[in-house]
Design a protein around this ligand. Structure first.
Ligand SMILES: *Cc1c(COP(=O)(O)O)cnc(C)c1O
Length: 394
């Protein structure tokens, strides 16, 4: 019988999500429980959000302490948690300044606005167009949807915002060909997440950096999914030996509390003066305190090193599966942003995994994506591999 929660939810919530028939009630570490008490190992982490797993004791404590102290003032004032978080992020990245907001889409909105403002301030107001990648995903607001390279999510919302040109991901010649006198920036995800866990050729990002420098364009990395340790370095750009001018973060930044951030170098951030941009809730002390503790735990508990170690194991086990099952076309991804491409529809396998107590998802129809909490263990990975081996063999 269907859960009354599901029946009631389906009557009162917009139909925007195709949900699994599962009501989750509790989580700890990499484990989730449903309303019947059945347990699941979480290989989705709220889609690359809960990097430290669920109900991490240190984050819970930091949040509870801040909840009894100060939730919200306004960005008309300074607060210690916001200052400390910005200091941590700038100390650990290329960036000099941080603008806080509440979601990935908002972070990308800020990046798009900053890129345009930068060239206005520089006396080149003809430059406003941004080159974005096919199959990219940058959010669902009108501007970020306009920047997104997937027709299926854009359908029905015309007219979208003017000023975006698209090039195939991992194709430097195509990007070069799109550059015109009105171009101001190139926007891309170092690894495409929703687009199918797609990694570029090793030198692609370096080529894009060089191209941007030669053409006088800003380079924007959307690290909303790849950032905060997900790929085995704190930020994915570190793998490729390049730094952007602007980077956006969200998903894992506060481990599940809503927070986005746009980071930029001093030179570029200087274009945002008082009144240029704002967000009521951006960097509010309660969310900043949680995010700051997330950052500190990542560092003190060696989470990124752990991610790299278990990733190597996970990948080798996925390669082992590929040897055994002809439906697996390839193994892809970095760190704990991994996927296997199937020659068949992936959705049925997602449901079978769920029945066997493992939460995964499917992107682009045929790619099973694995984005567990970064604290996932080798034993939990091996259990998923056994499950996949069984269902792929059926
Ligand atoms: C999830 C995601 C977004 C959108 O983030 P929201 O918080 O849902 O607005 C943007 N870019 C990338 C790469 C993402 O993975």
């Amino acid at each position: 019988m269907e859960s009354p929660t599901i029946a009631q939810a389906n009557d009162v919530i917009t139909k925007t999500y195709k949900r699994f028939p599962l009501v989750l009630t509790r989580g700890y570490g990499s484990t989730l429980w449903d309303e019947d008490g059945k347990r699941y190992t979480d290989f989705l982490a709220g889609i690359a959000v809960c990097n430290l797993g669920h109900a991490h004791p240190k984050v819970v404590k930091a949040l509870a302490d801040q909840a009894g102290t100060l939730w919200h003032v306004s960005n008309l004032f300074y607060t210690v948690p916001q200052k400390d978080l910005a200091a941590w992020l700038t100390a650990h990245s290329f960036a000099d300044r941080v603008f806080f907001c509440n979601s990935g889409a908002e972070a990308n909105e800020a990046a798009i606005k900053l890129a345009r403002k930068y060239y206005k301030e520089a006396g080149q107001s003809q430059r406003y167009r941004i080159i974005s990648m096919e199959q990219s995903f940058h959010g669902r607001t009108m501007a970020t949807l306009s920047a997104t390279g997937q027709d299926k999510v854009k359908h029905g919302f015309d007219p979208l915002l003017d000023g975006f040109d698209f090039a195939p991901f991992d194709d430097i010649a195509a990007i070069r060909a799109r550059i015109g006198p009105e171009t101001c920036a190139v926007l891309l995800e170092p690894i495409q997440g929703e687009g199918g866990v797609r990694c570029p050729a090793p030198d692609f990002l370096k080529q894009v950096r060089t191209l941007c420098d030669e053409a006088g364009l800003l380079l924007i990395f959307d690290e909303i999914q790849t950032g905060m340790g997900r790929t085995g370095t704190l930020f994915a750009y570190e793998h490729f030996g390049v730094a952007p001018d602007i980077m956006t973060l969200a998903k894992a930044l506060a481990n599940g509390l809503p927070m986005g951030a746009m980071l930029a170098s001093e030179r570029v951030a200087a274009a945002f003066g008082p009144g240029a941009h704002a967000s009521t809730f951006g960097g509010t002390p309660i969310v900043s305190a949680a995010a700051l503790e997330v950052c500190r735990v990542m560092e003190s508990d060696g989470i990124v090193d752990h991610c790299r170690r278990v990733s190597a194991h996970f990948r080798s086990r996925l390669e082992w599966l590929k040897q055994r099952h002809a439906q697996i076309v390839d193994v892809r991804g970095m760190g704990l942003l991994l996927g296997i491409r199937l020659s068949v529809d992936g959705e049925p396998f997602v449901l079978q995994c769920m029945q066997k107590g493992f939460l995964i998802n499917c992107v682009q129809g045929s790619i099973l994506r694995f984005v567990p909490p970064l604290v996932i263990t080798v034993e939990e990975i091996d259990a998923l591999i056994t499950c996949l081996d069984e269902i792929l063999g059926e």
